[in-house]
Each structure stands twice: as C-alpha cells, then as structure tokens.
Design a protein. Structure first.
Length: 130
C-alpha cells in the first residue's frame, strides 16, 4: 500500500511540475531551400538550352559564334522585357521552345539549325515553362 501511494504521489508531483511550466511544442524545422520552384525550373531550362547548344556545336551543326548570338539574343530578350511581369515570367517565356521560331525569324539561326535545336529541346520536358 505504501509503494502504491508513493508511486501515485510521484506521478502527481511530476504532473504538477510540468503543468506549472509553459507548454512547449516541438516545432518542425523550417527548410531553407536554396531555390524556389520557379527558380529551379528556370535553372533547369537554362541548363537544357546550354547543353543542347553545346551538343550542336560539337556535332558541327552550329558554330560557336551562332551559339554566342543565341545566348545574347536570349539575354537581350530578358533585359528588354522589364515590364510588369515577374522575372520568372519573362525568363519562362524567353526559354520556352517557341523562342526557337523567333531565332529563325530574326535570322540568328537558319531553318535547319532551328529544327535541329527544336528536336533537341523537345527531348526534354519543358512543358512547365509553357
């Protein structure tokens, strides 16, 4: 009987001691992501464009100067589009596969090079940019 009363007393003491203190809840740590989802999509699309252009240069389908002019065109498009749209929206439009048609229209690439670049870009899923 004495053991039971001591155990009960101990449980009550622990309950009282913990109830007097403010309750603390374990909080889930906040993940500090390096990039947001939009930035990740843009970085992926930039990588795909870069890799496709580099593949075409290695295959002698594109000269290094053509590659530089394509990169400069994309950079200029992004810089000129400083409108009310967000940076993500502007870069998303600049890196979509449909931009290849503008490169052909502006005579930066010829039609054969444009079609080859489109095929290389369409291998990858860039639908999240459209």
């Amino acid at each position: 009987m004495i053991k039971v009363s001591r155990i009960t007393l101990l449980i009550m003491a622990v309950t009282i001691l913990t109830s007097n203190n403010s309750f603390t809840f374990a909080m889930e740590p906040i993940m500090d992501y390096k990039y947001s989802l939009e930035e990740h999509r843009i970085k992926r699309a930039k990588f795909i464009w870069e890799a496709s252009l580099t593949e075409m240069v290695k295959a002698n389908d594109l000269s290094t100067e053509d590659m530089k002019s394509v990169k400069n065109y994309l950079k200029d498009y992004i810089k000129q589009s400083k409108s009310e749209e967000s940076r993500y929206e502007v870069e998303r439009k600049a890196l979509s596969v449909y931009r290849v048609e503008d490169l052909v229209k502006n005579h930066i690439l010829d039609e054969i090079q444009g079609n080859k670049l489109k095929k290389k870009l369409n291998k990858y899923d860039l639908n999240d940019l459209e």
